[in-house]
Design a protein around this ligand. Structure first.
Ligand code: SF4
Ligand code: SF4
Ligand code: SF4
Ligand code: FES
Length: 957
């Protein structure tokens, strides 16, 4: 039975909702209805349960009025107006079903069908095709016109896109795909070529889909009412039979999806139009790149080995966790309680992250727990806590639709947060103004119908100088919001700060040479931000991953407070979190100094609550951060690690330092879905579960907690939380959760910002934004409305201290790193999908001037050397980067981008300075020495994996 669509939520009302205080009352087919002014007749009818046939209309797109299927009769109006483009008026009387209308609609449908293949029974859309449905609705029984005349039935299919086909023979030229690409996605990759009968959909430029501007978001496929644009997976597997609502496991946007299933096989992921973060939109990763979940590289059996040069032995879960526990206890007996620790994952659920930190604190008996946020947004946590009092973004994504000025700093939303980028671009098309502060000419600087008014292409490492220059302009030109400051902020701190930023040394003129940006542009951008209406800041890792990352975050918060741009819709300070659950992993107490809810471990009252609930004594001092774990391992005092769902050997800086530290440990336990780079140094491998195989929750960048729902059984036999429970029990610390909802109940009972969160409430609301407690039972979309979480906002001094990483004659260029749309983080998932069609290797972007002076041409192999190491990549010569700056992504382990990055880190949080590395680049013909060693080691580890044995473990000490 087809049980795909919930009529309460999935019904297509034909045209978008309108908001208005004015209600219009009209009569449709003898019944009265009131709807907001601006609503279409079609939507009004649909709201009262009357279906008007339609083809070119859908409620995610503005009406177009081309198919003439939705004609109605309206008293007092001549002819037969299209209900999708006709707005309601007071007292209007509409007839949707008359004999004349039935004839007209049948005639129109007859024309469509006369140029459409009659292969419904074998068509991949059979049973889920709007053309087929509408043909049934209008009662079409025969087609009077044959195929003798001109038609499009022989038009050639475009199968170039790895995920969907375009079959023009089935196209009814309804324009929905073109509008979806424009309105929903904002890429404008499609067009209708020709006129009348010659009209055809084409990827702009007349290229095939793969070679066009198309970014494969799937919006056009979603909008297409026929089988013209169709997922290859549906063509191959057939129409799905049921669906489960879940949350994307890639980026921090946290899109909601319907996982559409046939039996226990995933057929497609369809963005959920009720999704509160994505409103039915998606990007190529969440929509299509899920094939990794069943990739043959998945490791589904626990494995152990004594040394990393030994072949793996497959064992039972019991044997694996018993062995890991005995090793951890042995290490603690020999080297002390603090000789082991754990790393939680921002890819795992809140419940799983909570359990790992609980295991470390309660079963290991120390606070040596950290998370990958250490290497991305830890400065956000610190900087926002100091200034605003809460370590999280202040707004919902939807808030951007109220912004008049949008400042994007050190972030590239079109690649890293694509669905939010589409929303942002929509707001820009409506007239909002844009400032981009980034060394690179990111897409937003100059995209279709959306341009940055100012692109401040600052030199990497000068964010704080730039923020001070902006603040100087605001204060010295009197652009601050003094009433807001007086009412909402600490007066003494403001006085100190305003005196500091007003100094001549912080003027744009003084700092322009430091930043490499014209002083006049800095002043103009500051004026726009301060005086342009609602101004919102969105920032990313280009702000945090610096030696002054925390200072820059505080500088951003200072700007927002000084201009009163905080505490309402359309404004705020918004960190764009990279991974799906990086907000959640921080919230869940993954840092060595903080228990869940960002409460310091030294706080006796808080500690006592956890001690009572967990029935243990907790250590009062913070444990080791990830970099400290590495240093202690190299010093011989840190010997064992439980690493769930993170690949520190690829993602952390100075790879050779990290791998040396891992090699120095005696028991590395990795829980993951693939043998990742870290697992090559592991002694115990516990098979991880993909997001499709478990229940739980993720928390996105807007503090939105959304359900992750299991659609298939874990391939490795256990969800990740069950693996942690087994390990805790083997360590002698009892855990007895039956379901992740039990874990969430415990989190809610111990975390003041989560007290009203439960699976029942999440199911009821769809999602909830924390704080969600007695004071805010339905969650908190906008923070700091009447007062800051810390009471009064606190301006912090942000003296600019240049990074120690300096260019010189030997290393004259600055390397900065980032992401690309089609790949995700360390690439372990996306590299195992068809997304490699767009990006199958990391490349080094270099400005033509720098390339020419080094004799480097497009596609040449180039060696990149820094003080930390050397690697070799292929060059891409582009003006996207400024002279003196080079750029690469870090999605492929063999690229060794992090062999180059150094140990420098943020002064407050140790977040690595990924964004500034002094390098030299030269043309080469061979891989680097590191790459050769990497390849040998990788080959050896693959051999050991291939030769793994199923024998009983014989490695117990
Ligand atoms: S491809 Fe689909 S959505 Fe686009 S015009 Fe053709 S039928 Fe309409
Ligand atoms: S997949 Fe997205 S970007 Fe590509 S044509 Fe369709 S809507 Fe446009
Ligand atoms: S924008 Fe992020 S959350 Fe949404 S589908 Fe893409 S990767 Fe997933
Ligand atoms: S649905 Fe109204 S004209 Fe096509």
């Amino acid at each position: 039975m087809i049980t795909l669509f919930d009529p309460k939520t999935d019904i297509d009302l034909g045209t978008p909702a309108r908001e208005s205080q004015v209600q219009i009352t009209l009569n449709i087919d003898g019944r009265s209805i009131s709807v907001p002014e601006g609503t279409s007749v079609m939507r009004a009818a649909a709201l009262m349960g009357t279906t008007i046939p339609k083809l070119c209309a859908t409620d995610s797109l503005e009406a177009f009025g081309s198919c003439r299927m939705c004609l109605v009769e309206i008293d007092g109006m001549r002819g037969y107006p299209a209900s999708c483009t006709t707005p309601v008026t007071e007292g209007m009387t509409v007839h949707t079903q008359t004999p004349k209308l039935a004839t007209l609609r049948r005639n129109v449908m007859e024309l469509y069908i006369s140029d459409h293949p009659l292969d419904c029974l074998t068509c991949s859309a059979n049973g889920n095709c709007e053309l087929q449905t509408v043909a049934g609705q209008v009662g079409l029984r025969e087609v009077r016109y044959g195929y003798e005349g001109e038609n499009h039935l022989e038009d050639v299919k475009d199968t170039s896109n790895p995920y969907f086909d375009y079959d023009p023979s089935k196209c009814i030229v309804c324009n929905r795909c073109v509008r979806a690409c424009e309105e929903t996605q904002g890429t404008f990759a499609l067009t209708i070529t020709g006129r009348g009968f010659e009209s055809r959909v084409a990827a702009a430029g007349g290229e095939n889909f793969l070679d066009s501007e198309c970014v494969s978001c799937g919006a056009c496929v979603q909008a297409c009412p026929t089988a013209t644009l169709m997922e290859k997976s549906v063509v191959e597997l057939g129409q799905p039979e049921r669906s489960v609502i879940t949350t994307c496991a890639y980026c921090g946007v946290g899109c909601s999806f319907r996982a559409e299933m046939k039996g226990d096989q995933l057929v497609r992921m369809v963005p959920d139009k009720n999704g509160q973060a994505n409103h039915g939109h998606s990007c190529v990763k969440g929509r299509f790149a899920w094939g990794y979940a069943t990739h043959p590289d998945r490791i589904t059996k626990p494995m152990i080995r004594k040394n990393i040069s030994d072949p793996w032995q497959e064992v039972s879960w019991d044997e694996a966790v018993t062995y890991a526990a005995s090793e951890f206890r042995r290490l603690q007996q020999k080297y002390g309680r603090d000789s082991i620790g754990g790393i939680t994952s921002s890819r795992c659920t809140n419940e799983e992250t909570y359990l790992v930190q609980k295991l470390v604190r309660a079963a290991f008996g120390n606070n040596n727990v950290d998370t990958c946020a250490r290497v991305c947004h830890s400065p956000t946590g610190y900087g926002l806590k100091q200034t605003l009092g809460e370590s999280a973004g202040t707004q919902s994504f939807d808030s951007v639709m109220q912004a008049d000025v949008i400042l994007v700093m050190g972030a590239n939303p079109s690649d890293a947060h694509p669905v939010f980028a589409s929303q942002l671009k929509r707001r820009l098309r409506e007239g909002a103004r844009l400032i981009v502060i980034d060394p690179r000419r990111i897409d937003l600087v100059d995209s279709v119908h959306a341009r940055a008014e100012y692109h401040l292409a600052l030199r990497p490492g000068t964010n704080v100088a730039m923020l001070n220059a902006l603040a100087h302009t605001i204060i010295t030109e009197g652009l601050q919001d003094q009433p807001f400051i007086d009412a909402r902020c600490e007066g003494n701190d403001f006085a100190r700060w305003s005196e500091f930023v007003s100094r001549a040394e912080n003027s744009p003129e003084a700092l322009a040479p430091v930043c490499g940006v014209d002083a006049a542009d800095i002043r103009a951008a500051a004026r726009l931000y301060a005086a342009g209406g609602n101004a919102a800041i969105y920032y990313g890792l280009g702000v945090t991953e610096h030696s002054q990352g925390s200072t820059a975050v505080m500088g951003i918060a200072n700007l927002a407070m000084a201009t009163g741009n905080i505490g309402r819709e359309g404004v705020g300070v918004n960190p764009l979190r990279g991974q799906n659950n990086v907000q959640g992993s921080c919230d869940m107490g993954s840092f060595p100094h903080e228990l869940p809810g960002y409460r310091h471990i030294s706080n006796e009252v808080v500690r006592a609550q956890f001690e009572q609930a967990w029935n243990v004594t907790l250590q009062p001092d913070p444990g080791l951060r990830i970099p400290n774990m590495f240093e202690s391992a190299l010093a011989g005092s840190f010997k064992g690690l439980y690493c769930q769902g993170e690949d520190i050997a690829q993602s952390d800086p100075n790879t050779q330092h990290v791998t040396a530290a891992l090699s120095a440990m005696e028991c590395v336990v990795v829980q993951d879905i693939f043998l990742n780079e870290t697992a090559k140094f592991a002694h115990v491998f516990l098979p991880g579960a993909s997001f499709l195989e478990k229940d739980g929750t993720f928390t996105n960048a807007e503090r939105r907690i959304s359900r992750v729902r299991k659609v298939m059984d874990p391939l490795g036999g256990k969800a990740d939380w069950e693996g942690t429970v087994a390990l805790a029990n083997a360590l002698g610390y009892p855990m007895s959760y039956k379901h992740p909802s039990d874990i969430m109940d415990e989190i809610a009972s111990l975390t003041p910002t989560f007290t009203n969160v439960s699976y029942a409430e999440l199911d009821r609301h769809g999602s909830l934004q924390w704080p969600c407690n007695a004071a805010a039972p339905d969650g908190t979309p906008t923070m700091h409305i009447d007062q800051f979480v810390r009471g009064k906002g606190r301006f912090m001094l942000t003296g600019y201290v240049p990074t120690e990483e300096k260019v010189n004659n030997r290393y004259p260029l600055l390397l900065t790193t980032g992401r690309i749309l089609s790949q995700y983080n360390v690439g372990a998932q996306t590299r195992r999908t068809e997304n490699v069609a767009w990006h199958d290797e990391d490349r080094l972007e270099i400005h033509p001037t720098d390339a020419e002076s080094r004799g480097i041409n497009e596609g040449d192999w180039v060696g990149i050397g820094s003080r930390a190491g050397q690697t070799v990549l292929r060059a891409r010569v582009t003006e996207r980067v400024a002279p003196g700056v080079v750029y690469t992504t870090f999605h492929f382990p063999e690229s060794g981008a992090n062999v180059i990055t150094t140990d420098n880190s943020d002064w407050a949080t140790n977040c690595p300075e990924y964004k500034v590395t002094a390098v030299e680049v030269s043309r080469v013909y061979h891989p680097s020495e590191w790459q050769k060693r990497f390849q040998e080691f990788t080959d050896e580890q693959h051999r050991l994996l291939k030769e793994r044995r199923g024998a009983k473990a014989e490695v117990r000490r």
